[in-house]
Write a protein that binds this ligand. Structure first.
Ligand code: TPP
Length: 358
């Protein structure tokens, strides 16, 4: 840790704890269903699941104000749901359907809901960091009081965009918190084999930025740290790094069994011994919540996901003539108009009608 940052946050109340529990269970159920649907060929492209990481996604999103921004990498289902994207809209997006939260154009890696200030879902490792940093710069330039939470995997911290983004965020005092989800593996490469400094939070110090590590499977700990650091970013314009240590139970993507580079014992150690949902369930029981109440929440989440799958399957495919809709900013048509063969840009003719409109 590069400095001490204290908290005066009140403890989380039971209603709120139940709501977070619901959100974690919904995420787990969603991922289980997504895997099944992918294997049944209802979902195409890539599909990265985050089962086991629920305390990190739910806990960090709990630290955001409604007006704050969220930007993530491709393992984004749990973050989208925690931010309030409905299971129906998220599942329909995985199915590539019109009712999806990105109208079926993005798929699993590119969930998006601008109204909820969830700016994706990005497939290029570390590609989301400059975007999040730019949003934070926009906030400062426009004199607004908001924060940005930027999620990335521990595999992304060896990319140039990590260094560039942290440097500018620290130099310009930008209100952004970089959340490194350290689930031990970038595809099949363990953090110890990839990072000269495997305690990722320490890397913040290279930019004179605050960094700290939390147990990413402990919901309360994650909420406390993310609230404190997001408040500090929003109110004092001070960036930070939170490293959440957690584990993904499934393979890198559904196409990876996840067993070639780690042992069954290691997976069991996390899934049976440190599961974030089981941990929170026990805490809730200890605080007086009944098993019946918890089971009702779990049944409700299961039904919500079943309904989401039915909804996704019944949703229309986007029409082909709308393929490029939303891809270009207003005004692009005029710019493309100038880009004819023989223009100073020397482009070839566009090969299909991009449906740009005015
Ligand atoms: C620039 C770039 N290089 C390589 C890839 C291929 N790739 C996809 S995921 C991944 C591993 C990233 O691991 P990590 O950042 O730890 O995230 P996690 O999968 O653990 O969520 C790689 C190398 C990519 N998408 N983008």
């Amino acid at each position: 840790m590069s400095e001490s940052v204290t908290t005066e946050e009140p403890p989380v109340g039971t209603e709120e704890r139940l709501s977070h529990y619901r959100s974690m269970v919904l995420s787990r159920e969603f991922e289980t269903a997504a895997e099944r649907q992918y294997k049944a060929a209802k979902i195409g492209g890539y599909c990265h699941l985050s089962s086991g990481q629920e305390a990190t996604s739910v806990g960090t999103v709990a630290g955001l104000d409604q007006d704050d921004y969220l930007v993530t990498g491709y393992r984004c289902h749990g973050f989208a749901l925690a931010r309030g994207v409905s299971a129906k809209a998220a599942m329909a997006e995985l199915f590539g359907r019109e009712d999806g939260c990105a109208h079926g154009r993005g798929g699993s890696m590119h969930l998006l809901d601008v109204e909820k200030k969830f700016y994706g879902g990005w497939g290029i490792v570390a590609g989301q960091l400059p975007i999040a940093t730019g949003i934070a710069l926009g906030i400062v330039r426009q004199g607004r009081s908001q924060a940005v939470l930027c999620e990335l995997g521990e595999g992304a911290v060896n990319m140039g965009a990590w260094h560039e983004s942290l440097n500018l965020a620290a130099l310009w005092d930008l209100p952004v918190v970089f959340l490194v989800v350290n689930n031990s593996y970038g595809m099949g490469t363990s953090v110890d084999r990839a990072s000269a400094e495997p305690e990722i939070f320490r890397r913040a110090a290279a930019h004179r930025m605050h960094g700290e590590r939390v147990d990413g499977n402990d919901l309360d700990e994650v909420i406390e740290a993310s609230r404190r650091l997001l408040d500090r970013a929003r109110l004092d314009r001070r960036p930070a790094v939170i490293e959440a240590v957690t584990y993904r139970y499934r393979g890198h993507s559904v196409a990876d069994a996840g067993l070639a580079y780690r042992s069954k014992e290691e997976i069991a150690d996390w899934s049976e011994g440190r599961d974030p949902i089981a941990r929170q369930r026990l805490r809730l029981q200890e605080s007086g919540v009944t098993v019946e109440d918890l089971e009702a929440i779990e049944d409700e989440a299961r039904s919500e996901v079943e309904a989401a799958v039915e909804h996704a399957a019944a949703s229309a495919e986007p029409s082909v003539d709308q393929l490029a809709h939303g891809m270009y900013a207003p005004g692009s048509a005029a710019q493309f108009e100038r880009m004819r063969p023989g223009s100073p840009f020397g482009e070839e003719a566009l090969t299909f009608d991009a449906g740009l409109g005015a």
